[in-house]
Design a protein around this ligand. Sequence first.
Ligand SMILES: [Zn+2]
Ligand SMILES: [Zn+2]
Length: 372
Amino acid sequence: MAATNSKDFYEVLGVAREASPEQIKSAYRKAALQYHPDRNLEKKPEAEESFRAASEAYAVLSDPQKGAAGLGSRGFDSGFNASIFEEFQDILGDLFGFDEVLGGGRRRGGRQRGQRGADLRYDMSLTFEEAATGVNTKIRIARHEACEACKGTGAKPGSGTSTCSTCKGHGQLAYQQGFFSITRTCPACQGAGQVIRDTCVTCRGQGRIERERTLDVGIPAGVDSGTRLRMTNQGEPGTNGGPTGDLYIFLEVREHAFFERRGADLYCTIPISVTQASLGATIKVPTLQGEDTLEIPEGTQSGQIFRKKSKGMPNPHGGRGDLYISIRVVIPSKVSREQRRLLEQLGASLKVENKPAERTSSFFEKVKDIFG
Ligand SMILES: [Zn+2]
Ligand SMILES: [Zn+2]
């Protein structure tokens, strides 16, 4: 076989002869992504050929010891050697699960790493007041827990385990596919490398059993619909020594009869009489902390908004929101003869020009305009 010209390697990777090691590495990553056989299922032979050529070029150009012509005719026909594979694995491992594909690498010791347990979800509904004050409560959940009898191993206590005969304890099986060696988790032992001799009777060899648990839950003040609380390590147990999952409590806060909530701020509408609006008054207003008073100045208009600072919902990050009160001046829908006489008298001295008024904005827009 003719010695491969070093210029070819640069051309294969599409880099200049004076390319830096970083440029060569980057060009190879690009080529490897483009030609990887798993991504070119329809044109597998061609892609394999291109992938092989790029890998060969990279192996030569990235190793200053070998020099540009060092490998020459040796090529890759005799098959990849393991050290080159490991080098590629370092470059490609993070690109697409290459640990699995390239196999035989140093990263995987043959044992499957423990898997984290599943997260659990619990939906909880709260009243508006409970959300405002926070609440300590108990919830009942069903979840799997590691079997106490066998400590989660699934083996009958004292019986122990024996080496898996399918994988000879490696936890993995290697297959040859094309020029790739593919490693798969052993199905007989799920990668543990060990199989149980006698199964635990309590959990029937599952290593886990379903349990009902009552948990104390502290709901902080100021939560809202959509708030998600996480209880660490209260989910399902992991496998092969993996960590326990978490429990998430999804909150739904029911609506209030007259308070509307936006973040930590509260909004409500309070009706007053025409005379209270005209002459001013002190009225009672409800707040989450009980009854409070509000000064209505004389000449208050319907739709006017007053703010009571820090009378809103507690803010989970500290402090409280505000309470905004929109005034609605109530016009009597029915008047007595005496009231009619007085209103007519009033009407004679009160003049309003009946001309279109400016459009009014919504409650929330107004609050933004006035209170910023
Ligand atoms: Zn096995
Ligand atoms: Zn058990």
